[in-house]
Design a protein. Structure first.
Ligand SMILES: [Zn+2]
Length: 255
């Protein structure tokens, strides 16, 4: 399994990170992708990459929650740290708490999609309460070879289908699927397994039976179990296909 979205550098793991990694490996997690947030978390991310080489992979980008009046400096920092990055992320739009920096978030996303184009890298996209603006931005900035994950997906199948008119996108499925969330289960049911990747978004969004507690990559097994149930197939098939999806998206340069 590949955890395509885990904030392993978060301070929630400072006391026992080695054990968390050992449990993930034990559970069958072969690689992890660490999405960047901003300059403040960059050094913790770098330390994590050094501790678990060949297992953790870095991305670069500015999270929409970190876009404010100073966003240009944040973008400069992220743009100057693209070495070894396997994706641009996590980037996107989040108007859930505030629309104060709506314009800035859209401009920052547009610029970072441009980096993905220049560097031929996939995007890791965060979108919350912003689907019309996200689709408009993807449409405006679309380029041949645009691809990525729509992480912690909370949109409908129609929005996902439209996003795929502008690029090749996968939905990132994590703990929310195990909550009593009929809508997401419905979207997953209607979506081809070839368009799904696994993610935890740990330390947040722990699946049942750990809901509300600290999440970790080892819990991907609970997501796999739920996916197998919804897709009416076996867990081996879920792991094989989602791992292949993540490999082709993040670990191959081909389009
Ligand atoms: Zn995240």
């Amino acid at each position: 399994m590949i955890d395509t979205h885990v904030h392993l550098y978060d301070q929630a793991y400072d006391a026992d990170r080695d054990k968390v990694v050992a449990r993930a490996k034990e559970a069958g997690v072969s690689r992890c992708i660490l999405p960047a947030i901003d300059q403040d978390t960059y050094h913790a991310m770098e330390a994590c990459l050094k501790s678990y080489p060949g297992w953790c992979y870095k991305t670069t980008g500015v999270h929409p929650g970190s876009v404010d009046g100073e966003y240009k400096a944040a973008l400069d920092f992220a743009r100057s740290h693209t070495a070894d990055a396997i994706a641009i992320g996590e980037v996107g739009l989040d108007f859930y708490r505030s629309e104060e920096y709506k314009k800035e978030q859209i401009t920052a996303l547009e610029e970072q999609i441009q980096w993905a184009k220049e560097l031929n890298l996939p995007l890791i996209i965060h979108s919350r309460s912003a689907f019309p603006e996200l689709l408009a931005t993807l449409k405006k900035c679309s380029f041949p070879g645009m691809r990525g994950t729509l992480h912690a997906w909370s949109g409908g199948k129609d929005i996902f289908t439209e996003a795929n008119r502008y690029g090749r996108f996968y939905i990132g499925i994590g703990g929310v699927l195990t909550f009593r969330n009929a809508r997401l289960a419905e979207v997953v049911k209607e979506t081809n397994l070839n368009q799904i990747v696994l993610e935890t978004d740990a330390p947040w969004l722990a699946p049942e039976p750990f809901r509300g507690k600290r999440n970790e990559s080892a819990y991907l097994v609970h997501i796999v179990e739920k996916l197998a149930e919804i897709k009416n197939t076996d867990k081996k098939q879920i792991v094989a296909v989602t791992t292949q999806n993540a490999l082709s998206l993040f670990f191959s340069k081909s389009l």
